[in-house]
Design a protein around this ligand. Structure first.
Ligand code: NAD
Length: 512
């Protein structure tokens, strides 16, 4: 290993990389800023290419040694269940880590990590028991008589690159199926939100995951992330992040023809039909856009509302949105916390100014909240824009903040046309009292997930991913193992006869 490493004692504020079962420190360190207060709350080692190389080497050694890759599937399932139980016992530490790193409110982070995040480990552990790791193929008679078998095998070293909005959850979407299939993994968390993932790796090892099987290297995306995406020994990259970086990952991975799954950005349509139950739709559309301060890839950021109910819908929407309390993340009364950093805060506010220049009305919000205790952090008021048309920047770009654009449609076909007029296709919602009508609309919407009379319904048993520039491949659901395995076809000759084989199309028979 070329890395100048040393084992260090981690404490609550000094964090390291995790490579080959050891804490590894680096000379370069990064401050982690609490988005709720703007204060530095911890520092973390900053991994570079050499640390990625060391982590990939450790992962490969572990894979070849077979301490995990050649365990029986049910042995792997047992370990994954043990890890899930141990993590569930330490939910408060995960909540604290995410609240400090990405400004998730205590209600959001607790909701996610109590029961939900680690359920991914148990789901994939259960899937291990029912998955067809080997299946008999057909008996062949051409070109010769043989029997066949199809096997699913781990790929080897999987690289996982995660964003900051759901650091642990989105890592779990990758790590749980990758480990379940017997791979070794190197995770490059977002540089600002690595703490919950580092904690997870340490717990996993305490629960019996062999060292080197899971390695965590926080570091700059363009340095550590780019090395992981292009590393010749990495067989697959699972990436969640923005569409521009997704394009770059695809390019980097193409050098060694890696498998890729890309979960990218969105500009979700919330289609409100003229027969929608407005009480349900108003709350659902607000939840669909503003939860996690709008920093969710599948957020419904374009409400497409039928003209006949537009004015009433907007007026109810604005009134209800006024009840959303923006506050400090660790306050249980806070409904909406900060956005991730100052740069993102400014970017969101700039979008609002640009929208106004294009003729949009700010019906609510559009600025920083004034409360004194929020001045250090990176807050933006819940913002509702009306009079938006689908060609405006604010309706086309993924803003990744609490900004809801409300657009008019005239009839269902027009609503579908507007919904599909986007480079993205991650998720949509449809609001109607008529299930048949809603299902017809859902059928025509070009998105990987469509929720009828609800929002953000992501379930570990349902495949998740995007159409168009929202991604490649699917995470979650029963097919997820296909993304983390190679398929091998084995043919076994049953004739044991030279004559039965078709070699004579090339080689003359000895008796000829
Ligand atoms: P981002 O693309 O900036 O970063 C994501 C990760 O990629 C980070 O770990 C970053 O360090 C790394 N990275 C950056 N440049 C890289 C490079 N050149 N090579 C390799 N790695 C690099 O995204 P973000 O701002 O952290 O997250 C927000 C984005 O993620 C939004 O666009 C959102 O829609 C998307 N997202 C998608 C999903 C989904 O499931 N589709 C889920 C959550 C977030």
């Amino acid at each position: 290993m070329t890395v100048a490493d040393q084992t260090v004692q981690t404490d609550l504020t000094h964090h390291t990389l995790w490579i080959d079962g050891r804490a590894v420190d680096t000379a370069a360190r990064r401050d982690l800023v609490d988005p709720g207060t703007g204060a530095v709350h911890a520092t973390v080692a900053d991994g570079d290419e050499s640390h990625i190389d060391a982590a990939v080497d450790a992962a490969e050694r572990a894979f070849v040694a077979g301490s995990w890759s050649r365990k029986t599937p049910s042995e792997r399932a047992q370990v994954l269940r043990r890890i899930a139980a141990a993590c569930n016992d330490r939910v408060e530490e995960f909540v604290e880590a995410e609240m400090r790193c990405n400004g998730a409110t205590v209600r959001q982070a607790t909701g996610f990590h109590s029961g939900y995040s680690f359920a991914h480990l148990t789901y994939f552990a259960d899937l291990i028991d029912t998955y067809a790791w080997t299946r008999p193929g057909p008996l062949t008679s051409f070109p010769a008589l043989g029997t066949t078998m199809v096997k699913k095998e781990p790929i080897g070293v999987v690289g996982a690159i995660a964003p900051w909005n759901f650091p642990l959850l989105l890592t779990m979407w990758k790590v749980a199926p990758a480990l379940a299939c017997g791979n070794s993994v190197v995770v490059k968390p977002d540089e600002h939100t690595p703490l919950s993932i580092l904690l997870f790796a340490q717990i996993a090892e305490e629960c019996g995951l062999p060292k080197g099987v899971l390695n965590i290297v926080p570091g700059d995306g363009r340095v550590a992330g780019a090395r992981l995406a292009s590393h010749p020994k990495v067989g697959k990259i699972a990436f969640t992040g923005s569409t521009p970086v997704g394009r770059e990952i695809m390019r980097l991975a193409s050098g060694t023809v890696k498998k890729v799954t890309l979960e990218l950005g969105g500009k979700g349509p919330s289609i409100v039909l003229d027969d929608a139950d407005l009480d349900v739709a108003v709350d659902g559309v607000l939840y669909g856009c503003f939860v996690y301060s709008g920093q969710v890839c599948e957020s419904g950021t374009r409400a497409i509302v039928d003209e006949s109910i537009y004015d009433e819908f907007v007026s109810r929407l604005v009134e209800r949105a006024k009840s959303i309390t923006v506050g400090l993340p660790d306050d249980w009364d806070t409904d909406m916390g900060p956005v991730i950093n100052e740069r993102q805060q400014q970017k969101i506010l700039d979008y609002v100014v640009k929208a106004q220049e294009q003729g949009v009305t700010v019906a609510l919000g559009g600025k920083r909240p004034e409360a004194e205790e929020l001045q250090g952090g990176f807050y933006v008021e819940p913002t509702i824009l009306t009079g938006v048309t689908n060609d405006m920047t604010v309706a086309c770009d993924e803003i990744f903040g609490p900004v809801l654009s409300v657009l008019r449609s005239t009839g269902d076909a027009d609503a579908v046309r507007i919904a599909n007029d986007s480079e993205f296709g991650l998720a949509a919602s449809v609001w109607s009292r008529d299930n048949d009508r809603a299902l017809q609309v859902a059928d025509q919407v070009q998105c990987g997930s469509v929720w009828i009379n609800d929002a953000h319904q992501i379930n570990v048993e349902m495949p998740f991913g995007g159409y168009k520039q929202s991604g490649v491949g699917r995470e979650l659901g029963p097919d997820a193992f296909d993304e983390y395995t190679e398929t091998k076809s084995i043919y076994l000759d049953l004739t044991n006869s030279r004559a039965a084989r078709p070699y004579d199309i090339l080689l003359s028979h000895a008796d000829d």
